[in-house]
Every structure is written in C-alpha cells, then in structure tokens.
Design a protein around this ligand. Structure first.
Ligand code: ADP
Ligand code: MG
Length: 752
C-alpha cells in the first residue's frame, strides 16, 4: 500500500487506485472528482494545444478555478511525453503558506508523499528530494527561492517549465523573475516553457512584456455577491469585524465566514474575542469553529482551515490577504472585509523599510468580495463606507518594487553578472532614488567597489538568503572577530519570524478581553525581566544568543527542555525553528569557506564586545545616540536645581523607555521598543536591527556600543561622509554638547 502511494506518480491513476486500500480509495476518488470539476480541467486540452506552439502563455482565471494545483501537473505530464521526465516543473508563490499548502494538496491529488515527487522549497525549509526514484518533479516554491536558484543554476537547467503564479500581486521577487525569465526564454527557446498566472483580468501588461504572448482565459462561474458597506467609518475594525461575524452567525443561514484583517495581532485578537462572545450566545446555536490563518502559524494548524465544516457547525476563517487569491477555502459564503492590509514601504532617504497597515486597493476589495461567491450566492460586508471605496481606495496596488529596499536585488543581479541595471527589463522600474540608495548601501558595506563592481565580500554576501547587513555581520564575525558561531546563533534567532522575543511580547502587549488586566501585565513584566537577566545587559543581541545557547544546553542535559522553556514563557516552536535556521546558515558558511572552528575562547566581556562589533559591521548605518531624557513624574517633583543635570547624568536616572534617541544617519527621533529586554541602563550609543512605526518610531532589537567602534567597523570613507552629513568636523565634536543643551532646555520646559 505504502509503495503504491510513493510511485503512483509514475504510473497512471487507474493502476494506483486499484492498489490503494478501501478507505484511501474513497478519499482519492473524491479528490479526483473535485479535480475533474474544476474550470481549469475543462480547458486542459485547449491549454495543452496552445502550449505546443507557444513558449510563453499568460493564464487568467478566478481564484479557485484550479490554476495553481492543476497547471503544474499538466505541465509535468506533458513534459514527460516530450522526454523531459527528469526535469522539474516549478511553480512560484509569493507566500510561503501558499507554497506549502498547495504542495500538500497536489501530493494528495497524485497519491504521493509530500516531499517526494511533489515538494516545496521555502526559505530555510526544503521539502524536496534531489535524486532517486522519488525525486521531486513538481516543485512549489516562493518566488524568492527561485531567484536564488538562478545563483546555482543560471540556466535553470533542472527545469522544463516554470509557472509564475499570482503575478497580479506584483511582489518584488516576482517582478525580478519576470526580467530574468524573459532572458532565459531567449536562451532556452526550444526546451523551456513559461506560464504567467494571474487572478485578475488585466493581464495585457504581462502579455505585452512577453512580446504578445497569448492570454488564455479560464471561464469560471462566480455567483452573485451582495455587497454591504458600513454607513459610517469604523474606528476599531477588529471590534467591528467581530460584531459583524457574530451577527452573521446569529442571523444568517448556514455558510462559512471569511474575515480579512491586516496582520497576526489583529487576527489573534479577533479570534479570542469571537471565542469569548460565541460562548455567551444561546446553546442551541450552531457551533462556531474559529480558524485563524497567517504565515507564522504551524503547518498542522494551517491545514485545519481546509477541513470540511461538520454538519451543524459554522466555520470562521480569519486571515490576512493570504486568503485573497493564493488560498481557496471551500464553503465560504460570507466575507467580512476590514479594508486594510499590511504592506511594505521604503523611504530611500532614511533607508527605513517598514510594514505598515494601509487601506487596500479597489482591486483587493473586489478579490475579497469574490471569495464569497464561489459555491453559491454570497454576501460581502465592507467595514468602510461606499464613499471611502469610491474615493479613498486606489484602483490598483502599487507594485512592491516601487516601495521596497532593492539592495538585495541589486546584489543578486550583480552576482548573476547583470552589471548594468538600467539595461535590465523591468515590468515597472523602481524609482531611481531606490537604486541609488541600494548602491550607497552596498558600497558602504564593501560589497561593491568604487567602480561599481562586485567585490569578493559582495559575492560571499549574495550567497546568504539574509538581509545584506546580516550577511556582512557574519563575514566580519568570521574574518575579523573570530566569533562566527555566536553570530550565526544570533542571525538565526533574528530570522525566526520577527524573532521569537518580539513575537512572544506581541502576544502580551495587553490583556485579552475578559482577562484580568493586572495579572496579564505583571506576567508580562516578570517574563521580560527573567529573559532580560539571561543576557549580559548589553542588549537584545547578546540576550538572544544566551537564550538560544541555554535552550541547546537544556536539551542536552534533560528531556524536559520544553518545561524549561515554558517556565520562561518561551515558545519552543520558535526555538526549534531557530535551530533549523541556524544549521542551514552554518552549512552556507561552510560552503563559502567561513570557519566556525576559528572561533577563539574569549572571556565574557571580550566575547560580548566582539559579537557586537561584528553585528555593527553590518548595522553601522543604524546607530543612534541618546539625545533627550524625559522626566518621570517623581523627577518633575524635585526642586529645580536638582534637575539641571547634563544628559549623561540624567541617563543614569531614567529607564531606557524614557530616553529619546537620534539616528546618526539622518537625525530621526527614535525610541526603544517596549519589547526590548536586553539593556539594563540607557546607553549613550546603540544600534538597532529594525525600526517600526506606531505612534512614534521605535527601534527593535537594540544593543549598546561605544561610539569609537563605528570607525573601526565601517569602510574608510564612511566616517568622513558622516561628518559631512553633520555639516563639518567642528560641529560634530560640539554635537553632543549641543544635544545636552537642547535636552536641558526641553527638560526645563517639560518640568514647568
Ligand atoms: P487557483 O489557483 O485557480 O486559485 P487552486 O488550484 O488553488 O485554484 O484551487 C483549486 C481547488 O483546489 C480549490 O477548489 C480548492 O478548494 C482546492 N484546494 C487547493 N488547495 C487545497 C488544500 N490545501 N486543501 C484542500 N483543497 C485545496
Ligand atoms: Mg492560485
């Protein structure tokens, strides 16, 4: 039975079915029925015919018509007939969750084990088989992973075809793939096919980019969806979404609900609120099954959203825009659309890239609405006014390439030998300032030379699927400071989704509805203090390092390491993920000849200093200095004379959250994020890993440094440039005093 499952991809379906056990047979049969009824299946013959005579096809069809799950299978089956059975069909997805979940579905459809003939590759998670009988032939992958594949295999010689899926999303990586794949098509004219798939109907742009490639439209039926707009603007969309969903649950006939919210925090909040309130409604109501879904969720939990809803129950799926087009959940009849999503923005002047919650576009709103009309007539509740829809929402999204930091892309293209980026064909080019900012960044990291050529350091950096600054930190740790091991640990911990520390404290930023406010808060601060105490007081980076090492230690000395983690309120899933990522970064280091065994046995102070210097070698552009201490209430009560102290002395008396910092690079006012746990006393100088905007701009993951370190770790010209920025050498030496004076003036004003 098991064997049949693994090899059935190579035989045809009838044969494999007869080998299956009776219970499997029915599920397998049911799935085949579902497949046959998909709109794409009805058009498969026409699709193949077009494929025979065209190298590039654009395919357009509503979400759920079967593009993602079926087309790669057709492509593979067809390429087998052309004698390319040992080549791979790749299908890119902008989202990791989509890549993993669709791969699981297709493995099931073909009756094979996930990771064998059908597999997926996402960053730091490769579920494919390279060789042998079970070698992966249909591979779902994030667009970023296909980009990296070009580094190992510039001609993609292992692939017979690529499907560039969800092209309408216009992610940065997909946009770059457009250009690269166009070049590849010219090189491999006879043995390579490209399919561009899109859920929206404006595919002409894609067709034009590929010199008039045919557009193949899949006819699907979409049932009518009634749209209801809010009559007045909703201030709290989480609350409004929960109320609306409950109303639907209590008043409307059977049918599942899909709620769109911007991010994990809102989704978790809404899930808790719904759960609480659903308990309070009458017992004879249908059971409400609540299924949140977002990228950082564990695989098993993600799969729950696809389970058929039991009789006499109603499912509520609460999702980010992942459920807009990349995942199809059967049975949705009601959609609740909050009107917002999270997107990346990049400011080339400040060089800050951040995720912000902004209104969706009309195109997004239409896609969201469409989710309600797949199985029957549906209803869509928009938590914004009709007026807002008409006047405030942009017609379409702005491609990510026009609002992103393109530094990693410039590095990647350069390492692929594409030197003149202005010659590269973009669907829409990034703004020139973004290019310049990228060159600036790469130059300051020594990744490119004066003449704009790639350096050895740049080449090494491009091998790591990490932020370029983090890659640079690894190189400094290996080549200069001999602390590669610890810096790998930290890089891995920083790469676990938003870092485990941040996530942990996101969950406890405030008590959930119905929770005791006091308890939740004291728990929060206790856990933070305990974790903070594990570090050496110099910052979050050392803290992450110590926590990670302690976890590894606990695992070796006892079976109960999860018990230890629990006592510190650490989520072991993130620690385990960190460990996996760590191993992969170490392997990559090994590949490029960076040696962990060169690490020396430093004493604690020396080690801490060297680690922070290594990190600073990547992040010297993120240095900030203390510029103002904000008086506490007690302090304000003191007599005037006692308050008049220089900034240095004030720093000793306040907590880090009371200090305003100013960034060296462009003088932005920033604060330390409340989730920072690793610094005991507010330092004069620090560097940060990322910045987030809420009401103010906050630095996340900070560590203290000495100001002289910047000159030590940055390239020769950098300090001069900095001084130039601060208008002359003299002023810079006076800068601190000026800050002190300024601080004192504001201090006095505040205390009046
Ligand atoms: P499209 O790419 O055109 O939006 P898909 O190929 O993703 O369509 O989906 C086709 C069908 O496959 C849908 O009806 C959906 O219900 C089903 N499907 C897709 N992924 C899964 C999954 N992980 N589990 C169960 N069913 C799935
Ligand atoms: Mg799809």
């Amino acid at each position: 039975e098991f064997k049949a499952e693994e090899t059935s991809m190579l035989v045809d379906n009838e044969e494999s079915e007869s080998d299956e056990g009776p219970s499997l047979l029915t599920e397998f049969e049911r799935i085949q029925k579902e497949r046959e009824n998909l709109p794409v299946s009805k058009a498969s013959a026409d699709f193949i015919k077009l494929l025979e005579t065209n190298q590039v096809l654009v395919i357009v069809g509503h979400t759920g018509s079967g593009k993602t799950t079926q087309i790669p299978q057709y492509l593979y089956d067809w390429s087998v007939k052309r004698g390319q059975k040992n080549l791979i069909v790749g299908c890119t997805q902008p989202r990791r969750v989509a890549a993993t979940s669709v791969a699981a579905r297709v493995a099931k459809e073909r009756g094979v084990t996930l990771g064998h003939q059908v597999g997926y590759t996402i960053r730091f998670d490769d579920k494919t088989t390279k060789e042998g009988m079970n070698a992966t032939r249909i591979k779902y992958m994030t667009d970023g992973m296909l980009l990296r594949e070009f580094l190992n295999d510039p001609e993609l010689s292992a692939y017979s075809a690529i499907m560039l899926d969800e092209a309408h999303e216009r992610t940065l990586d997909t946009d770059i793939l457009f250009g690269l794949l166009k070049m590849l098509c010219a090189k491999r004219h006879d043995d390579f096919k490209l399919i561009v798939a899109s859920a929206t109907l404006n595919a002409e742009k894609f067709s034009k980019f590929f010199e008039g490639a045919p557009v193949f439209t899949v006819q699907g039926t979409l049932f009518n969806v009634n749209v209801y707009h809010a009559t007045k603007p909703e201030l709290d969309f989480v609350e409004a979404a929960v109320t609306t969903a409950l109303k639907i649950h209590l008043q409307k006939p059977k049918g599942d609900i899909l709620i769109f919210l911007p991010g994990q925090e809102e989704i978790d909040d809404a899930a808790h609120m719904l759960e609480d309130r659903a308990k309070k409604v009458g017992k004879n109501e249908m059971q409400l099954i609540i299924n949140p879904i977002y990228a950082a969720m564990a695989q098993e939990d993600q799969n729950k959203i696809f389970e058929p809803t039991p009789h006499n129950a109603r499912k509520v799926v609460i999702a980010t825009n992942i459920a807009e087009t990349s995942l199809t959940i059967n049975g949705i009849v009601y959609v609740v659309d909050c009107g917002f999503h999270k997107t990346k923005t990049f400011n080339p002047t400040t060089k800050v890239e951040s995720l912000v919650t902004v209104p969706i576009s009309q195109a997004n709103a239409i896609q969201r609405m469409g989710r309600a009309g797949r199985v029957q007539e549906g209803e869509c509740y928009r938590l914004y006014t009709r007026n807002a829809y008409n006047n405030d929402l942009l017609p379409d999204i702005i491609p990510e390439i026009q609002r992103s930091d393109v530094t990693p892309i410039v590095l990647l293209l350069k390492s692929l030998g594409i030197h003149d980026l202005f010659q590269f064909e973009f669907l829409d080019p990034p703004p020139v300032e973004c290019f310049l900012s990228a060159f600036d960044q790469l130059y300051s990291l020594n990744a490119i030379s004066d003449s704009g050529d790639m350096t050895t350091i740049g080449l090494t950096m491009s091998r790591f699927p990490l932020d370029v600054r983090l890659s640079k930190a690894l190189i400094a740790a290996a080549n200069v400071y001999d602390v590669l091991g610890p810096v790998i640990d930290i890089a891995a911990m920083l790469s676990v989704d938003g870092s485990m520390i941040t996530r942990r404290f996101n969950q406890f930023q405030g008590p959930k509805e119905g929770e005791d406010k006091k308890n939740a808060n004291s728990f929060d601060t206790d856990a933070m203090r305990q974790l903070g105490d594990m570090g050496d007081g110099t910052g979050d980076h050392m803290c992450l390092y110590k926590i990670y090492r302690e976890w590894i230690h606990q695992k070796t000395i006892q079976q109960q390491s999860s018990y230890w983690a629990q006592s510190l309120s650490l989520d072991t899933r993130y620690l385990r993920r960190g460990e996996e990522i760590r191993d992969q970064i170490e392997r990559l280091c090994d590949d490029v000849g960076m040696d962990i065994n060169r690490d020396m046995d430093w004493d604690d102070t020396e080690l801490s200093e060297r680690i922070r210097k290594s990190l600073l070698a990547g992040y010297f552009g993120n240095v900030a200095h203390a510029s103002l201490a904000i008086a506490s209430k007690e302090e304000k009560k003191k007599p005037q004379g006692k308050r008049n102290k220089p900034l240095g002395a004030q720093l000793e008396e306040v907590s880090i959250k009371q200090v305003q910092y100013t960034t060296e690079l462009n003088g932005r006012e920033v604060f330390v994020h409340p989730s920072c746990i690793g610094i005991r006393h507010p330092p004069r100088y620090l560097f940060y890993h990322t910045c987030v905007y809420t009401k103010k701009e906050y630095m996340r993951q900070v560590s203290m440094i000495e100001s002289e370190w910047v000159a030590e770790v940055s390239p020769p010209g950098y300090m001069e440039q900095m001084k130039g920025l601060l208008k002359g050498k003299k002023e810079q030496t006076h800068q601190q005093k000026k800050d002190d004076d300024e601080a004192e003036q504001i201090w006095q004003k505040l205390s009046q």
